[in-house]
Write a protein that binds this ligand. Structure first.
Ligand code: C2E
Ligand code: CA
Ligand code: CA
Ligand code: CA
Length: 279
């Protein structure tokens, strides 16, 4: 039970009502945040294991709340999806990634790719492909510099419709990755049917790698299977050198995680890259 003080009275509200209030308030705040420009993207490097070089970046959203401070996506993406606010927020994320890429391109920094997370709700937008095409054009970005990460849950409702949209996005020239691979239900069916280029091995496998021989076998099998299907494999959540060594030995193509870098603001990223190439 929660206690809410107000107007000289004390209210005892149930968890459910508290949740409702919180989500109403959150929805209002999200709307306001979109208009006030309170969102920001941070970028986490992905490393190519064959060359040790930067393979790309993943853009992750942050919310600079005027009172509550920095808020991570775990606290608001689900509500944004329920309320539909993810549509304008997602459009902003894609445009902001393009704007940043253009700024880097103009500064002569040759960034490989930037990956953006795509919500299942966005994939159902009728004009998504057109919107992305327009945004790429507006910022003069080559589609090949953009990558989209979609989770398996995207396909639960309607694998047919999702596949069609993903294929249209690939036809634009952007790359598509399955995110959090291995955490959903019908992974193998999806692999067979989805038009994707890459697979992101979920962090839970990476975390379990050192302690479990079984996980090792599963990771090896996923990598072999992916390569057999022509997909590149990227492991996320790499935090230790041991994990890195094991993933490299198993033929994993790319890694991402705190071992290399946490997600960085654009200027921090440039400093990180400079420090890295000068050593
Ligand atoms: P995700 O796409 O699986 O992103 C990876 C998450 O793992 C990020 O959390 C990242 O900061 C964190 N991470 C990276 N390396 C490590 C590591 O070595 N160890 C650990 N423990 N964590 C690591 P973040 O930024 O809080 O994002 C959480 C989730 O929110 C994302 O999971 C993604 O599903 C969603 N998200 C983030 N940005 C966006 C966005 O712009 N649009 C949408 N629709 N979803 C987003
Ligand atoms: Ca992701
Ligand atoms: Ca992920
Ligand atoms: Ca995730």
């Amino acid at each position: 039970q929660h206690v809410v003080e107000g107007g000289g009275y004390t209210f005892y509200v149930s968890e459910m009502y508290q949740g409702y209030l919180a989500s109403k308030a959150l929805m209002r705040d999200l709307k306001q945040a979109t208009e006030a420009g309170e969102f920001q993207l941070v970028y986490q490097p992905k490393i190519d294991l064959a060359t040790q070089r930067l393979a790309g970046l993943e853009a992750l959203i942050r919310w600079r709340h005027p009172e509550k401070g920095l808020i991570g996506p775990a606290a608001f993406i689900a509500e944004a999806e329920r309320s539909g606010m993810i549509v304008p927020i997602g459009a902003w994320v894609f445009a902001e990634a393009c704007r940043q890429l253009k700024a880097w391109n103009n500064a002569g920094l040759r960034m490989p790719t930037v990956a953006v997370n795509l919500s299942p709700v966005q994939l159902k937008q009728a004009d998504l492909v057109e919107q992305f095409r327009d945004t790429l054009k507006r910022y003069d970005i080559k589609p090949a510099q953009l990558e989209l990460e979609v989770t398996e849950s995207t396909f639960i409702d309607d694998i047919g419709a999702s596949s069609v949209t993903l294929q249209q996005l690939r036809d634009l020239g952007v790359c598509v990755a399955i995110d959090d691979f291995g955490t959903g239900y019908s992974s193998l069916t999806y692999l067979q049917r989805l038009p994707v280029d890459r697979l992101k091995l979920d962090r839970s496998f990476v975390t379990a790698l050192e302690a479990s021989a079984q996980t090792e076998r599963i990771v090896e099998a996923i990598i072999t299977l992916s390569h057999g299907l022509g997909l590149r494999v990227i492991a996320e959540g790499v935090e230790t050198e041991q994990q890195l060594t094991m993933l490299r030995a198993k033929g994993c193509d790319e890694v991402q995680g705190f071992w290399f870098s946490k997600p960085l603001m654009a200027d921090e990223l440039i400093a990180w890259l400079k420090a890295r190439t000068s050593t």
